[in-house]
Design a binder for this molecule. Structure first.
Ligand code: NAD
Ligand code: IPM
Ligand code: MN
Length: 355
């Protein structure tokens, strides 16, 4: 199995290096994998003048799975939009048709006190956010900044077809079926026609899943409910932009955005795996970034692309053991515990994998 590694920018290379050690350990244990590094994002712009170079496109298309760190840096803020690092990420998602983004929001009990919310609000938290990833306002046309009647106007289009909503709905209902049987669909149907269609299609698809309890919620209320009583949710399904925002919000329930992995899948279960966080320019190069989201993304890769549930669980248990032993990067540190850097956190997870 071929895995392409896209370290990217900022803390990307630092956290991917730790995730790579986990993959190399599994290889040494007999997992048949080949790792191939490639360029995406700002590092690709520097080397080739393109955020998603042809060579990366080819490798990604041939790979069985992809691991990504993060892309982006304020250094590229003045480039034309199509050269921005983020365009590379959007383009690879689109090129591989990775429409289903799974973002599990799970609290490790060891981190209950780290969350900015009260421990009793988050204890036992286990949500799955299913985010549509290749449509919506991120990709809709027309878009742009233009002169109209003597002044500039900026515009984007939120766009979803029935087929796009149906396929993400099936993913979400099937996920809910395997979990606690509850699905909450998030929209803004009181204002946006596009999300009226979203609600109509989700309601229609629900007929094929009578065993799943479906509810609908407006996105502003959902943002509030996530911090009021997050445990009311099992699976949440939503469009591209709402899913982006709600998942960053939800990550803080688990202690840190540095804890949340994700899988972006197409209909052949080809996957790109990445932490939900970005390149964190404010802490890049300091060996303080939390590598656990990247390491947990490897677990998701094993689960979804390689059907290696045992190996996935092994990684997740090693992460939990590391937290139980009190090792913490700065973002999840509490007084009295053992503060470690990015590399040392990798060392500890590796040590726990070896036992
Ligand atoms: P960010 O997620 O990079 O950082 C937000 C905050 O969280 C920062 O304070 C950062 O230090 C902290 N943080 C993030 N990951 C962490 C980790 N692993 N350990 C400890 N702390 C961590 O979001 P931002 O600052 O808004 O964006 C920075 C750049 O990243 C932008 O260029 C943005 O476009 C890009 N971005 C990329 C991705 C991606 O590649 N998937 C995702 C989000 C943002
Ligand atoms: C994410 C990021 C990306 C998104 C950006 C960098 C394009 O925020 O993966 O959550 O908005 O999808
Ligand atoms: Mn995001």
């Amino acid at each position: 199995m071929k895995i392409v590694l896209l370290a990217g920018d900022g803390i990307g290379p630092e956290i991917v290096a730790q995730a790579e050690r986990v993959l190399l350990f599994l290889k040494q244990q007999g997992l048949k994998i080949e790792l191939e590094p490639a360029l995406l994002g700002g590092c690709a712009v520097d080397a080739t003048d393109e955020p998603f170079p042809e060579a990366t496109r080819k490798l990604a298309a041939e790979a069985d799975a992809i691991l990504l760190g993060a892309v982006g840096s304020p250094r590229y803020d003045t480039l034309p939009r199509e050269k921005r690092p983020e365009q590379g990420l959007l383009a690879i998602r689109k090129a591989l048709n990775l429409f289903a983004n799974l973002r599990p929001v799970m609290l490790y009990p060891e981190l209950a006190d780290v969350s900015t919310l009260k421990p009793e609000v988050v204890a036992g938290l286990d949500i799955l956010i299913v985010r549509e990833l290749t449509g919506g306002i991120y990709f809709g046309q027309p878009r742009g900044i233009e002169y109209q009647e003597g002044q500039k106007v900026g515009f984007n289009t939120m766009h979803y077809s029935e087929a796009e909503i149906q396929r993400i709905a099936h993913i979400a209902f099937q996920a809910a079926r395997k979990r606690n049987g509850k699905l909450c669909s998030i929209d803004k149907m009181n204002v946006l026609e596009c999300t009226q269609l979203w609600r109509d299609v989700i309601t229609e698809i629900a007929q094929s899943y009578p065993d799943v309890e479906l509810s609908h919620m407006l996105v502003d209320n959902a943002a509030m409910q996530l911090v009021r009583d997050p445990k009311q949710f099992d699976v949440m399904v939503t469009g591209n932009m709402f899913g982006d925002i709600l998942s960053d919000e939800a990550s803080m329930l688990t202690g840190s955005i540095g804890m949340l992995p994700s899988a972006s899948l197409n209909d052949q279960n080809k996957g790109l795996y990445e932490p939900i966080h970005g390149s964190a320019p404010d802490i890049a190069g300091k060996n303080i970034a939390n590598p656990l989201a990247a390491i947990l993304s490897v677990a998701m890769m094993l689960r979804y692309s390689f059907n290696e549930e045992e190996a996935a669980l092994k990684i997740e248990r090693a992460v939990q053991a590391t937290l139980r032993q009190g090792y913490r990067t700065e973002d999840i540190y509490e007084i009295g515990l053992k503060k470690v850097g990015t590399i040392e956190m990798g060392d500890r997870v590796l040590a726990n994998l070896q036992v």
